[in-house]
Design a protein around this ligand. Structure first.
Ligand SMILES: Cc1ncc(COP(=O)(O)O)c(C=O)c1O
Length: 532
């Protein structure tokens, strides 16, 4: 995207009202507006404008000058001349057109102002909006704004040292919260009002919405992603003496639950490019004790579920997809969580669909499994105080369900953004020759993590941290190298997972990651790797 080079530490972005004041000598503050523009003229700071505001500027300037001019033509000519002179000092903010869809407005906000803020925060590192607009000057908004009178009285220096900028967060949940705030408030107030905190109406409502979204018969919400896996294994009757085939390259919960029910995880190695289970290695690990296959759709990309289902069907085994990271991903026209006997996901706050605490869900087409899961999550209860099986206290609470419902309002947009941001990372990193986790063409990843491979991981991480770019490692060691799991599997029998674990590095990723932030991340990573 073409954008003028940015040279000064802060960038003053002129709002419509300030341009009109300066151009027409209007109101009490025009002299301040003129003085701020003079800083720009003298090259002390950069000034920017948003092209979409110019028609309003022109309209207002022509109207004001029209009162003094003899004819309309003269007024229009004069307006154009003064606008050109002032706008000539300023740099234009770019606009691709769809920023409008990304705006995070609140009731009563002015659309023209919102778009100005959106463009400034998308494309400039440290914008300060110069405005008289009270709505934009409110202190607790995400952007920096200043009245020209205040700026002139304090001088330019404090603004130059301000450099608030938006820090790059590993996952930006704040912007998301701002965007869904009204819906969030409404939903939470509703729960507080009816006070059915356990299994209230929002629980069933969310389950119906999620089942429809995924395209399965049943959704059972539970207390976490871990609980979803545990309850699924219990519902399938898996226990002591049984084996479950899974990947060692995952969050510990995947294998933990297998051990908790008394069974043994049997680790199968992964593909070096997608980091998902290598299906070619599964059959050799199936024994008479094998009772299920538990693949993980890592980093947000479904594993080779059709191939896994085919192997499982041949051996009469159920398949549980650990889709904690892949909710919202597509696989050959179907959704993750609708790809096997059972799909389990997590609503941990950082997941693609997260709540504000712990939560999770189980998905299945099977009526009996769904009924078993519903009973197990409430202490194995089939009717009040009738415990027909061993269960757990595993419900997702009503408030968390209400929060996920608010997040669903924006979820399709977020998935689209994740796909775009992921594609942009892919393209630029490929051009820069930086190796990354690959995606298969017949499925999408929702990029719960965006992960690259680097040789000197600690060094790269430290340099990125020094440049203000947070990173994380998912995961530093395969589970069969972890102290509690080592005895369950030879530590060196998954060599690909061992090697990959030394190199993976996850970069900042969320639906609200800004284009400029992403460019900074990629440029810094390229530079850091280049330093060797
Ligand atoms: C692959 C995988 N499985 C299971 C879980 C467990 O989910 P939760 O944290 O909601 O218990 C996670 C979450 O981190 C995960 O990434």
């Amino acid at each position: 995207m073409a954008i003028s080079p940015i040279a000064s530490p802060v960038q003053l972005v002129f709002d419509t009202n300030i341009l009109v004041d300066a151009l027409t000598a209007r109101g009490h503050y025009y002299e301040y507006a003129v003085q701020v523009l003079e800083w720009v003229q003298r090259g002390e700071v950069e000034g920017w404008y948003a092209p979409h505001t110019l028609t309003t500027v022109y309209y207002l300037v022509e109207k004001t000058l029209g009162m003094q001019a003899q004819t309309r033509a003269q007024a229009s000519q004069a307006a154009q001349a003064v606008i050109k002179r002032v706008v000539g000092l300023l740099k234009p903010l770019p606009q691709v057109g769809n920023e409008f869809l990304e705006m995070e407005g609140q009731p009563g906000d002015d659309l023209e102002d919102l778009l100005l803020v959106e463009l400034a925060s998308q494309y400039l590192p440290n914008p300060v909006i110069v405005t008289r607009d009270k709505g934009m000057l409110i202190a607790d908004r995400a952007w920096e704004a200043a009245h020209p009178k205040e700026m002139v009285e304090r001088g330019l220096a404090p603004w130059l040292s301000r450099q608030k900028g938006k820090p790059i967060e590993f996952i930006d949940l704040r912007s998301q919260q701002r965007a869904i705030w009204p819906q969030l408030q409404t939903n939470l107030q509703k729960v507080l009002h009816h006070s059915q905190y356990i299994l209230g109406p929002e629980v069933r409502e969310l389950e119906s919405r999620l089942a429809a979204y995924v395209g399965v018969e049943h959704c059972v919400t539970v207390a976490s992603g871990t609980e979803a896996l545990l309850i699924s294994l219990m519902a399938l009757g898996i226990g002591p003496g049984d084996e479950v085939i899974t990947t060692p390259f995952t969050f510990v919960a995947t294998a933990e639950v297998i051990v908790l029910v008394g069974a043994t995880p049997v680790f199968v190695d992964i593909e070096s490019d997608t980091c998902n289970l290598d299906v070619r290695l599964i059959e050799a690990k199936i024994t008479a004790k094998t009772k299920a296959i538990l693949p993980v759709s890592l980093y947000g990309q479904p594993a080779d579920m059709d191939e896994i289902d085919t192997i499982a069907a041949r051996r009469g085994l159920p398949v549980i997809e650990d889709a904690a990271q892949s909710f919202g991903a597509d696989y050959k026209g179907r959704k993750s969580c609708n790809l096997s006997t059972i799909g389990c996901t997590s609503f941990f706050p950082s997941k693609p669909l997260g709540c504000y605490g712990d939560g999770g869900a189980i998905f299945t087409h099977d009526d009996d499994i769904a009924q078993a899961c519903r009973e197990i999550r409430v202490h194995g209860q089939s009717r009040r105080y009738v415990h027909t099986r061993i269960g757990v206290g595993g419900r997702m609470d009503t408030l968390q369900c209400a929060i996920v419902q608010a997040k669903l309002e924006r979820f399709d947009w977020e998935i689209q953004r994740r796909l775009e941001i992921g594609a942009r990372y892919n393209q630029v990193l490929d051009e820069a020759g930086i190796p990354r986790v690959q995606q298969r063409p017949d499925r999408t990843s929702v990029f719960a993590q965006y992960t690259v491979f680097v040789a000197d991981r600690e060094g790269v991480q430290a340099k990125l941290k020094a440049a203000g770019i947070p990173t994380a490692v998912h995961y530093p060691a395969p589970l069969n190298e972890q102290p509690a799991y080592r005895h369950l599997c030879c530590p060196d029998c998954t060599p690909v997972a061992s090697e990959v674990a030394k190199q993976v590095l996850s970069l900042p990723m969320s639906a609200d990651l800004r284009l400029l932030q992403q460019q900074t991340i990629i440029q810094t990573l390229s530079g850091v790797r280049g330093e060797g």
